[in-house]
Ligand binder design. Structure first.
Ligand code: SF4
Length: 408
């Protein structure tokens, strides 16, 4: 059975509910005493952990798909004195897995962060979090305070509440004294360019590193946290190799799902339901979000709203974000509103091609990917909108989007 942690979308407080005891997702906050009693101490000899990381290829829980061991080896090659970072900045409005993990298992993440810092000879560790995410900030600061001094000092740094400020190059830039906006595409396993390494790992990756250190290869199993958005609620679920997309469905009857977050891909639910969640045959999980679009809700309108929000969230320092994304969002708005939309789909496809791969970071690529998949999955709706009609019962928004969008 899939384990669930439920996070209300509209209420600021978090409501947790236990369905099954699994290491990451039993929704009870573990203070340092409970953590040590359940998991025992983090092994001091990191060699077996490094071997297990290499054997499992564990990592990629933030969406970039890079194994943790490759990042650690790159950082270690660049010399001691750098920074090990736990990325707790959850820029995706649909995602709640970082919040859930920090509010229930903070010490597993901090154990993993300490192992990363020791492995690369870091001078300090940083937990990077959106400053406005008050519950998560509180959980992190409380956990850091509970542990006392460790092998490597830990600092909690509050970043701005922007989608792109959790991007690796934005974190690296901010920790080196600049603004928290992306400036480059991390190449391969390196999230930094020049200078001492700034090793950035996703929070879930670090928690699973800490579990692997205890279980070793023998006790390792493939699993991932997924935020399922369904009927106005985000549920964080821990899935494993045997689970299928159809297992995620709650009471609602989905027509489609956006997989991977707002820079992910739309899928027709009939094609998706029988597919596995994990493994080589699974669709890319990206940021670990599966947002369900109920039957009768307009996918064209939802796509237009997401593209609009994503255009507003860019740092607007490169051409594709300054000019391309707003134009793309405008074209989608025209299609969604069914006004003079005759040539809109071709224009939307052209604009998606123009922004893809042209920014300093991958933000526009994600928007292009999401929009192209919408044109395919909602093909009948697109045709209807071009003719001034809508096939859906409602054009209301069902996916979480913060209020701020582009200035009009
Ligand atoms: S592509 Fe967009 S988000 Fe990325 S650095 Fe350029 S302006 Fe910023």
């Amino acid at each position: 059975m899939i384990a669930t942690t439920e996070v209300g979308l509209r209420a600021p407080e978090l409501a947790f509910e236990a369905l099954a005891p699994r290491p990451l997702s039993t929704p009870v906050r573990m203070g340092i005493q409970e953590h040590r009693a359940l998991f025992g101490p983090m092994p001091l000899d990191l060699r077996p952990l490094v071997q297990a990381l290499a054997a499992t290829g564990l990592g990629g829980y933030g969406g970039a798909g890079v194994a943790a061991i490759r990042k650690w080896e790159s950082a270690a090659r660049d010399g001691a004195g750098g920074i090990a970072v736990a990325n707790a900045a959850e820029g995706e409005p649909a995602s709640a897995k970082d919040a859930a993990i920090w509010q229930t298992r903070p010490h597993l993440v901090l154990d993993g962060l300490e192992a990363a810092a020791v492995a690369i000879g870091a001078a300090e560790s940083v937990v990077w979090v959106h400053g406005g995410d008050r519950e998560t900030v509180h959980a992190i600061e409380r956990a850091v305070g509970e542990r006392g001094p460790g092998l490597v000092p830990v600092r909690v740094v509050h970043g701005p509440d922007r989608y792109v400020s959790g991007e690796h190059s934005a974190i690296v830039r901010a920790l080196r004294g600049g603004a928290a906006v992306p400036r480059f595409r991390p190449t391969g396993a390196r999230s930094w360019v020049g200078g001492a390494p700034v090793l950035v790992n996703n929070s879930e990756t670090l928690a699973r590193v800490a579990l692997l250190a205890r279980t070793g290869l023998a006790g390792h199993r493939e699993a991932a946290l997924v935020t399922v958005v369904d009927a106005g609620v985000r549920r964080v679920r821990e899935v494993d190799a045997g689970d299928r997309y159809g297992d995620l469905r709650g009471a609602s009857s989905p027509a489609a799902a956006l997989v991977g977050g707002y820079g992910g891909r739309w899928h027709d639910w009939r094609e998706l339901a029988e597919r596995p969640l994990l493994g080589a045959q699974a669709p890319e999980l990206g940021a670990g979000v599966v947002a369900l679009l109920p039957e009768g809700v307009c996918g064209v309108c939802e796509t237009a709203r997401i593209a609009d929000w994503m255009a507003a969230e860019s740092a607007r320092s490169c051409g594709p974000c300054r000019f391309g994304l707003p134009e793309l969002a405008d074209a989608l708005d025209v299609l969604a509103a069914r006004g003079r939309a005759g040539r809109a789909p071709a224009r939307i496809g052209t604009l998606a091609d123009l922004v893809d791969g042209r920014g300093a970071c991958a933000h526009p690529d994600g928007v292009a990917r999401m929009v192209r998949s919408a044109l395919r999955v909602f093909g009948d709706d697109v045709t209807a909108h071009r003719a001034g009609r809508c096939l859906a019962r409602t054009q209301a928004s069902v996916l979480p989007l913060p209020r701020h969008g582009r200035a009009r």
